[in-house]
Design a protein around this ligand. Sequence first.
Ligand SMILES: *[C@@H]1O[C@H](CO)[C@@H](O)[C@H](O)[C@H]1NC(C)=O
Ligand SMILES: *[C@@H]1O[C@H](CO)[C@@H](O)[C@H](O)[C@H]1NC(C)=O
Ligand SMILES: *[C@@H]1O[C@H](CO)[C@@H](O)[C@H](O)[C@H]1NC(C)=O
Ligand SMILES: *[C@@H]1O[C@H](CO)[C@@H](O)[C@H](O)[C@H]1NC(C)=O
Length: 436
Amino acid sequence: VDSTRWQQQSLHTEKPESAKGYNQQNEILATNAAKDGSLINSDVGAPRISKLTCNFSHRHSDYCRMEGDLRIHGRSGRVYVVSSSTFRPENSTITVRPYTRKWEPETMSRIREVEIRSSAPPPHSFVIPPKCTVRHDVPAVIFSTGGCGKNFFHAMSDLIVPLYTTAHEYNGHVQLLITDYNTEWVAKFKPILAALSIYPVIDFDADTAVRCFPSAHVGLESHRILGIDPALSRNGYTMMGFRDFLRSIFSLQRPWMTPVSRSSGKKPRLVFVLRRHSRAVTNEADAMAAVADIGFEVVAAGPEDVSDMARFAPVVNSCDVMVGVHGAGLTNMVFLPHNGTIVQIIPWGNLKYPCRFDFGDPVPDMGLRYEEYEVTAEETTLKDKYPRDHPVFADPLSIHRMGKIWNVFLEEQNVTLDIDRFRGAMQQLYQSITTE
Ligand SMILES: *[C@@H]1O[C@H](CO)[C@@H](O)[C@H](O)[C@H]1NC(C)=O
Ligand SMILES: *[C@@H]1O[C@H](CO)[C@@H](O)[C@H](O)[C@H]1NC(C)=O
Ligand SMILES: *[C@@H]1O[C@H](CO)[C@@H](O)[C@H](O)[C@H]1NC(C)=O
Ligand SMILES: *[C@@H]1O[C@H](CO)[C@@H](O)[C@H](O)[C@H]1NC(C)=O
């Protein structure tokens, strides 16, 4: 199949349907194809035998891989696996919700189901699959953006890292199809999507074409929170490799941090990620002044600075240390140079383990160093709201058990750092990342 020739013909002989004009470059319109006898002939001959394998045993996601004669109709949410050698009558229809937080029923309920329909090889097949209207000669990857909202941590952990794990191996020659299409999300992550695929993404749910692909993935592989398990990755991908990939996308200058010599007069740079509505540091100016006194060059980063990824990534990369209270902004650690340090400030409420789960455990695999600063009962604004004998202080775990971590400890709390205590912790860090 000479698909290049098909494309040229389809582009030069007729104005392609333009609802989604951007799809032109990688589509071959059936109307054009039908005019060319050789193309019709290319469908004749031995039928292609397909193959489908699914894995439903991972905690994060269900995903299926398939190859052969695949016909994908986004509008109806269906993938046809034609003449499948793996066909079994009992699972001729399989459904997958292509998102990576399988353990959260609430999130998953917002994800559209994609139906995979297999048919037996002839002569046993009684299913007539839809005819291709568009042919692609690269693999398809179908996933949902319906589960992460605007949260940067979830965008990275639930989607961008799994996308890298699933699709990077194709070197850009892969078509991404997005169900529960989130326009803002797609716009924000455009630079990364463009590095993963040279083709514009397709809004799956709105797509009326029947697209034929030689191979496809439904669902993304996800191994861990904000992480990759090289042993599970077909290509042995790592988080350090992922960070190198981001570094090239955003043209970041520093692959590695190099320890600063104290006598040289140079200062290590520290970016302080500041929050505004909850988990704010009420005395942030004093905290930053203390850190500057120690010898750091301090960069303050409010939500407005952090939200522009392409602008903020180089700022983070220019720093050696990132500090901030637990929250999605810390996800920007992915842009730190290797061997940089992340300091997570853990709010009151026995939150050490949940906080580590998101922003502690993933750190070593990224080639970064992790420190934490857990605030005391004296350093939380909750003390203005609850008496000391209240379970909020006396038995924080009872608040966890009531399912109120989010409301009480994450939404209703600001942090007032004990400046001397904080200075002590940052002084130690300064010593450990500088040389004489
Ligand atoms: C279909 O069912 C068979 C037998 O029940 C099983 O071995 C196979 O893994 C299933 N295939 C998929 C894609 O789930
Ligand atoms: C399915 O995924 C699990 C968990 O990631 C893995 O241990 C297992 O080897 C996979 N099974 C297959 C058949 O790939
Ligand atoms: C936390 O501080 C912000 C200002 O940065 C304020 O708007 C918010 O009401 C405070 N929240 C609490 C629970 O004190
Ligand atoms: C990482 O930083 C630490 C502390 O400055 C230093 O001891 C270590 O040699 C560095 N590692 C590399 C690989 O640069």
